[in-house]
Each structure stands twice: as structure tokens, then as C-alpha cells.
Ligand binder design. Structure first.
Ligand code: ADP
Ligand code: MG
Length: 270
């Protein structure tokens, strides 16, 4: 389903991030996020996914390499303009002050204050809450919500930001089966409407089912990037995750399904 002609909205090239002045937690990593595509970023815990997201969002300054948004180096874009171009859902989206859900979603509109779009704030906030099914929670304090409810409220905030680019770090990790699929469908729909979406996922089957492109990170390096079924092979998953898996086609769609081989961390694959 990859659309090779799609416009590149964000591109990180040869990015290296050091901690403590020497250890590279990201090494020469590159990623491209295109309009009309869902780009899934996958890899084991600690592989560098959130760090690469931080670099793309402009929050983490790499030691070397470059990040551009529509061809412009991200460091040269003013914060307000950046916030109208791309929305970021951080992995840790804890809000410790008891704002209501609606107040949090409305914060997504802040970059549009004093622009022509501000007149549509109420409508956009309501639509974002509807799309993420948090209307019933609108007046609840976010501090009182379950992890999954809070995650959906946080997603509503970035949807309300009305950007052409979405960077979502594990938005589905806390969600139940239905809300997980709802969020994947929502994101798929946004990409089909022309948005550029990058999403950190642990669910490799969701990446296979919903993403156009997958980048697999391993120990700070890009192990592979390409179409989901090219990247997510049994051999590569076993090598990167240290877990034996079986991969077989879904009986009706033919989309590959990945299942951890039970009782076997690193059984030989045959
Ligand atoms: P992921 O999101 O793939 O789980 P992260 O990008 O959060 O991984 O982190 C990658 C690695 O870098 C991890 O080993 C993490 O502990 C380490 N790391 C991240 N940020 C820092 C930091 N500020 N100082 C030291 N180590 C860090
Ligand atoms: Mg992370």
C-alpha cells in the first residue's frame, strides 16, 4: 500500500544522539515521514524509539545529522509555527494537575490562538473528543482517569491541534482491544486524508495491518526500513528481539500474523 510518490513531510538523516557526552543511544539513524502514510517505529524496549521521536519533534538536539520539516531545518522554525505543523504525543503524557479532559483537549488549540482558525476551536475540540470517544469524560479530572482513558484524552488533544503531521509515541499501549483498533483506524483515516503519521508501536500485528512503512530500531540503529512485510520477517524479529516467533498468513486477508513461540525464547526457526 506504500505510496512512493507521497511528499516527504519530515526527514531525519544520519542522526546520532549521545548521553553523558559519549554513549550513543541513537547512531546514524534516518527516517522519513510522508504525507498519506502511517510510518510505524518498532523495536525492543530501550532501542531508541522515543529518542528518535524527540529528535523528529525538535525536542532532542542530535550531536550530528539533520532534521527537516518540509525541507526546512527544524531548528530554524519558530515554536508556534512548529506547533501548527506537527503535534507530538509523548510516551509519558502524565498531567499531574487536575485539569478536566475538555481543558486538556482545548490546550491543543493554543498554537492557533489569534489566527483565523481560533473561531473553530469549539467545533474542533468537540470533534476531537468524539473521534477518541472521550465526550462522556469531558468534565472529569484527568488525574481521576484510567490509563487508557487518559491516553485517549491525550490523543484528543493532539488531534485538536489540527496539524498535518502527527508523531505518536505508544498511543495504544494502555488501550483495550476495541479502543486499540479504534485508534489505529482513526490514525489510518487521518493518513488516508493526507496527514503524515509516525507512530511508535509494540504491537507488530498492528504495524502489519495498518502501517504503510515500518522502521525497526535495534540498539540505537535502524535495523531495517521498508514495507511492513519486508521488514517484519521471522528471522529479523528473532535477531532483534531475542524471541522466537511464527509468522503465518491471516486466513482471510493474507496479511502476515506474528505470534511469539510459546515456551521458547530463542528456539531455532525451521
Ligand atoms: P525506547 O523508546 O525505544 O524504549 P528510548 O529512546 O527511550 O528507548 O531510550 C533509548 C536508550 O537510551 C535506553 O537505554 C534509555 O535508557 C537511554 N536513555 C534515554 N534517555 C536517556 C538520558 N537522558 N540519559 C541516559 N540514558 C538515556
Ligand atoms: Mg519509548
Amino acid at each position: 500500500m506504500s505510496r512512493v510518490s507521497a511528499a516527504t513531510r519530515m526527514q531525519a538523516t544520519g542522526v546520532t544522539v549521545l548521553v553523558g557526552g559519549e554513549r550513543a543511544i541513537l547512531h546514524d539513524a534516518s527516517i522519513e515521514v510522508r504525507a498519506g502514510e502511517v510510518h510505524a517505529l518498532v523495536g525492543p524496549n530501550g532501542a531508541g524509539k522515543s529518542t528518535l521521536f524527540g529528535v523528529l519533534s525538535g525536542d532532542v538536539i542530535p550531536r550530528s545529522g539533520e532534521v527537516v520539516l518540509d525541507g526546512v531545518p527544524i531548528g530554524g522554525i519558530r515554536p508556534a509555527a512548529l506547533a501548527r505543523a506537527r503535534a507530538v504525543l509523548l510516551q509519558e503524557n502524565a498531567v499531574s494537575f487536575p485539569f478536566t479532559v475538555e481543558q486538556v483537549v482545548r490546550m491543543g488549540r493554543a498554537p492557533w490562538a489569534r489566527t483565523g482558525s481560533a473561531a473553530d476551536d469549539d467545533e474542533i475540540v468537540a470533534a476531537a473528543m468524539e473521534a477518541t470517544e472521550v465526550q462522556a469524560l469531558a468534565s472529569r479530572a484527568v488525574t481521576s482517569l484510567s490509563g487508557g482513558e487518559r491516553a485517549r484524552g491525550a490523543l484528543a488533544r493532539v488531534i485538536a491541534q489540527s496539524t498535518g503531521i502527527l508523531l505518536l509515541d505508544e498511543p495504544t499501549a494502555a488501550l483495550d482491544l476495541k479502543h486499540h483498533e479504534d485508534v489505529m483506524r482513526l490514525i489510518r483515516g487521518r493518513a488516508d486524508a493526507g496527514m503524515a503519521v509516525a507512530i511508535v508501536l509494540h504491537d507488530l500485528n498492528a504495524a502489519l495491518a495498518h502501517a504503510d512503512r515500518v522502521t525497526l530500531l535495534s540498539e540505537g540503529r535502524v535495523a531495517a526500513t521498508g514495507s511492513p512485510s519486508e521488514v517484519l520477517t521471522a528471522g529479523r524479529i528473532e535477531a532483534v528481539y531475542g524471541q522466537a516467533v511464527d509468522v503465518f498468513p491471516h486466513p482471510s486477508t493474507g496479511v502476515p500474523l506474528i505470534v511469539a513461540r510459546r515456551g521458547s525464547a530463542l528456539a531455532p526457526l525451521d
